[in-house]
Ligand binder design. Structure first.
Ligand SMILES: [Zn+2]
Length: 195
């Protein structure tokens, strides 16, 4: 995990949002390979192993295909310029190298990617049943199938994205109080958090 991403993590428990304190045990360059993350509010401790933060409640892997390939997902989230983080949930993360080339200087976060995606420079990997990320902290969120069809994940995407920026998903058009739809076509949609 890219060490600077740890500033954007939050405790996944249901209390008021809290940061996590990193206790690194093994670093490689700017990547945390082994370590622990502690919550100062509830005392929850999470472990980073092989660079991956696995909260243990991630869903099973969905089918490998996705409509949200690097070119269309890049167009949908519409990041212009470097900086910040783009979150790829599910199978869209499998093509993260191509996404990185199309979004130079943007940090990539893979949440529940396919099993072949491992932690390495350029990608941080999380496995979780929700997004253990601070609210309003990410420049874009991409929800592959079935996440883009799941109200819980739509709300999570809308929560973590910065105001005015976008969540793109694969699935039915979301009917969510959290998200204002901008466009939909061909099984994919894009929206922005409702204010
Ligand atoms: Zn906590």
């Amino acid at each position: 995990m890219f060490i600077e991403l740890t500033d954007h993590l939050r405790c996944p428990r249901g209390h008021a949002e809290s940061y996590l304190v990193l206790l690194p045990e093994r670093m490689e360059g700017r990547s945390v390979r082994e370590g622990r993350l502690g919550c100062p509010v509830c005392g929850n401790t999470l472990s980073l192993a092989d660079g991956v933060l696995d909260l243990g409640d991630g869903p099973p892997d969905p089918p490998a295909s996705t409509l949200l390939q690097p070119d269309p997902l890049t167009a949908l989230v519409g990041l212009n310029g470097p900086g910040g983080y783009l979150v790829l949930v599910g199978r869209p993360a499998d093509a993260w190298r191509a996404v990185a080339e199309l979004n130079l200087g943007v940090g990539l976060v893979a949440v529940n990617p396919g099993p072949q995606v491992t932690d390495e420079p350029g990608i941080s990997v999380l496995r979780s049943g929700s997004l253990p990320l601070k609210s309003h902290s990410m420049r874009g969120v991409v929800l592959g199938a079935p996440y883009g069809d799941d109200p819980h994940w739509v709300v999570e995407g809308a929560r973590v994205v910065l105001p005015g920026l976008r969540v793109a998903g694969e699935g039915g058009v979301p009917d969510s109080a959290a998200l204002e739809l901008m466009a939909s076509a061909g099984g994919v949609w894009v929206g922005t958090p409702r204010r």
